[in-house]
Design a binder for this molecule. Structure first.
Ligand SMILES: Nc1nc2c(c(=O)[nH]1)N[C@H]1C(S)=C(S)[C@@H](COP(=O)(O)O)O[C@H]1N2
Ligand SMILES: [Mo]
Length: 213
């Protein structure tokens, strides 16, 4: 029986079967998605809301702060190596409120043997309908990855993003690269005109205008 790992910044990471997913309220989605190679496909999926499953695993956000929740991501992987990412905010009722499912049934057939399937009803294209799900990772961008544990946000960070439990290619150099990418940046070095210069340009334009009117 196919199972998947629910891991990342969670108090209660777990290995779940499709049967376990039936423990959450089941939702139904009639979807049409268009694939560039196969054309439009119509399917009926039933399953648990991904946000319910993650919320039950103790996600490391501050539930009372929308701004903290907006930092989090999900990565969903299939057994064949196909994977897709979602922003937590896509699912969150205060943001996109999208009824993304981890499906337990497809067109009336149970998925216990095949494995759960990600269903993103708001997507036009089918690429994020990851089938035979093996991993669901939940984690943060920002404070946690940059090593500034919850600074100013009241959020909790556990420093385990991307490392623990990743299937393959989980090297520390990747994590370091991720940290570099989200690290502290020197303000003013991101292709901006220095403020002093900009101000004087504006003043010059304004003066020119005053004289001619
Ligand atoms: N595990 C896995 N899931 C996947 C894919 C894949 O390659 N592997 N392809 C995606 C794409 S591009 C589409 S259009 C849909 C539908 O693919 P199917 O027609 O092969 O069912 O599945 C999605 N889910
Ligand atoms: Mo596709």
């Amino acid at each position: 029986m196919a199972k998947f790992m629910l891991h990342g910044d969670l108090d209660h990471p777990a290995t779940l079967s499709v049967a376990d997913l039936r423990g959450w309220e089941q939702h139904r989605a009639e979807v049409v998605f268009d694939c560039a190679t196969n054309g439009p496909q119509r399917h009926v999926f039933e399953g648990a809301l991904l946000r319910d499953v993650v919320a039950g695993a103790g996600p490391a956000y501050d539930a009372n702060r929308r701004k903290d929740r907006s930092r989090f991501l999900l990565a969903v992987s299939g057994g064949d190596g196909h994977h897709s990412v979602l922003a937590w905010a896509e699912l969150d009722a205060d943001f996109g409120d999208s009824p993304v499912l981890l499906a337990t049934r497809l067109d009336g057939e149970d998925l216990d043997e095949a494995g759960a399937q990600l269903v993103v009803p708001s997507d036009r294209c089918g690429a994020r309908y990851v089938s035979a799900v093996t991993h669901v990772w939940f984690g943060a961008l920002g404070g946690c990855l940059a090593g500034r544990a919850g600074r100013g946000s009241g959020g909790r960070c556990r420093g385990s993003q991307g490392g623990r439990g990743r299937r393959r290619g989980a090297s520390s150099s990747e994590d370091n690269a991720a940290r570099r990418g989200t690290g502290r940046r020197e303000p003013g070095l991101i292709g901006k005109t220095p403020p002093g210069r900009r101000t004087s340009d504006r003043v010059r334009r304004w003066r020119g205008r005053s004289r001619s009117t």
